[in-house]
Design a protein around this ligand. Structure first.
Ligand SMILES: Nc1ncnc2c1ncn2[C@@H]1O[C@H](COP(=O)(O)OP(=O)(O)O)[C@@H](O)[C@H]1O
Ligand SMILES: [Mg+2]
Length: 458
């Protein structure tokens, strides 16, 4: 038996993920009527708490996402400072991110079926479009650009639900930390060329990134590869991937054309919105597989994660609610003033209600998940404080924040002549000074060393 850890109104169980800036826990809380609600808690790593700029970044993430209510975006509930921790609570998605799903499928010598990939990307584009056109409470456009659309930020539920998450580096007109042009943020592999140049971005940058993800998931090969990150940035800047129909000749021509349009180097040649891109994908799916249902995706997820689902279910059953901590310390909501009165967290209470306590099923029973028919539903992963595997596929593609002024690309061939199509792209733009000898260090310090994993791989 293991006890949950209480932080404000949340009861934390195991750690789901560990990133550069924060760690993710599976947790739950109680609604006013005693109903147990699963939540995901994103907690700022303790050493970043000291640094106001990181707190501001997290605050910005929450402020942005708190405006977003859409079935394809993981809903955020609150940003709170409690017991020396800063955390974001959000809707828990009972499933896996797309990166883990692809890796798991590969381990099993299979791959996500193309129709499922098309469906997942189409749904996440719906969430993305909602963010792109979102407005604040006064009706002002927020002009959000996600900037980190990548497989690890697309969550796929075991029931086939698709949710976009992690607006950690999203940029909007409201952000207090306005990212200076010239700073590159995102996962290099899925960046748009303009992002890799550190230029000003609009929605169409996210369209390109979603195109890159689609390319990789449909063909099994990433569009851009390089022996190191600097060369990868150059490859992304060039935006000349091997034609997808060459990499995966079995793919339908219409799908290849969609990928190519999304990944056009020139923004004006791309889909002009995430919605337009989504419409193209859904009409392809309707034409190609008219009977497609998301239950198929759910079936696939349950199949590939069958063993983990069982194991995780048992691990969850091991948790017992810590009822020794009582009280109403909700912590300090950092942006309460910016939120409407009916903000979702207002419905939550830190403890089970009297009626819930009277029911041993909530007060002391394992924190199992129960579906509408009373059957146990699978939850996920293993155990905090056991560390997350640092080689976990979720984390091996780090999100970088770096200066765009890169050293010139080492040229294997003679330099391009004037008029060559690649002319100009390897040079650092707008920098009259000679470029630095090395890539400047990332602005975010590296994550702390993680001891060797003791848990099964996710
Ligand atoms: N709401 C959620 N429900 C379930 N899992 C989540 C949720 N949000 C994030 N995750 C998992 O945690 C991982 C890291 O979360 P994310 O917000 O992307 O943080 P990071 O900034 O470290 O990338 C995701 O890739 C996903 O596997
Ligand atoms: Mg992420």
């Amino acid at each position: 038996m293991r006890q949950t850890r209480r932080l404000g109104r949340y009861h934390l169980t195991y750690r789901i993920a560990f990133g550069g800036m924060a760690e993710l826990y599976r947790a739950f809380t109680f609604e006013d009527d005693g109903h147990k609600r699963d939540v995901a808690i994103k907690r700022l790593l303790p050493h970043f708490r000291e640094d106001r700029s990181f707190v501001d970044m997290l605050t910005d993430e929450f402020k942005l996402v708190s405006y977003l209510r859409h079935p394809n975006i993981a809903e955020v509930y609150e940003l709170v400072e409690v017991e020396e921790a800063i955390l974001i609570s959000m809707e828990y998605v009972d499933g896996r991110d797309l990166r883990s799903s692809v890796e798991r499928a590969r381990m099993l010598d299979t791959a996500l079926p193309v129709d499922d990939v098309v469906y997942v990307i189409a749904r996440s584009l719906e969430g993305l479009h909602h963010a792109h056109v979102a407005r604040d409470s006064r009706g002002e456009p927020l002009r959000i650009v996600h900037r980190d659309f990548s497989p690890s930020n697309v969550l796929v539920g075991y029931d086939g639900v698709v949710k976009l998450c992690d607006f950690g580096i999203a940029k909007a007109s409201h952000n207090r930390i306005q990212t200076k042009t010239g700073i590159i943020k995102g996962k290099v592999k899925y960046m748009s060329p303009e992002q890799a140049f550190g230029r000003k971005l609009d929605w169409r940058s996210d369209v390109f990134s979603a195109g890159s993800v689609l390319y990789e998931l449909c063909s099994g090969e990433p569009p851009f590869t390089a022996p190191n990150e600097i060369d990868l940035i150059f490859a992304v800047r060039d935006a000349q991937p091997r034609p997808i129909r060459e990499v995966a000749p079995h793919l339908p021509e219409e799908l290849c054309a969609i990928v190519e349009k999304a990944m056009a180097r020139s923004r004006s040649a791309r889909f002009q919105s995430a919605l337009e891109f989504r419409n193209a994908l859904l009409s392809f799916l309707r034409h190609h597989n008219p009977g497609y249902r998301r239950t198929r995706l759910a079936g696939f997820m349950k199949k590939i994660f069958h063993d983990e689902i069982e194991r995780e279910l048992r691990a969850m059953e091991d948790f017992v609610l810590d009822v020794s901590v009582r009280g109403e310390d909700f912590g300090k909501n950092l942006i309460a003033s910016a939120l409407p009165k009916d903000a979702p967290f207002n419905r939550f209470s830190p403890n089970p209600t009297a009626s819930a306590v009277a029911s041993p099923a909530i007060a002391s029973a394992p924190t199992q998940n129960v579906d509408t028919r009373g059957r146990k539903r699978p939850s996920r992963v293993m155990a905090d404080p056991a560390p997350i595997d640092p080689h976990d596929p979720v984390h091996h593609e780090k999100t970088v924040i770096a200066d765009r002024r890169l050293p010139p690309r080492p040229l294997a061939a003679p330099p391009p002549t004037i008029g060559s199509p690649t002319m100009g792209s390897p040079k650092p733009l707008g920098s009259p000074k000679p470029p630095p000898a090395r890539m400047p260090p990332p602005r975010i310090p590296p994550p702390p060393r993680v001891p060797p994993p003791r848990i099964p791989k996710r």
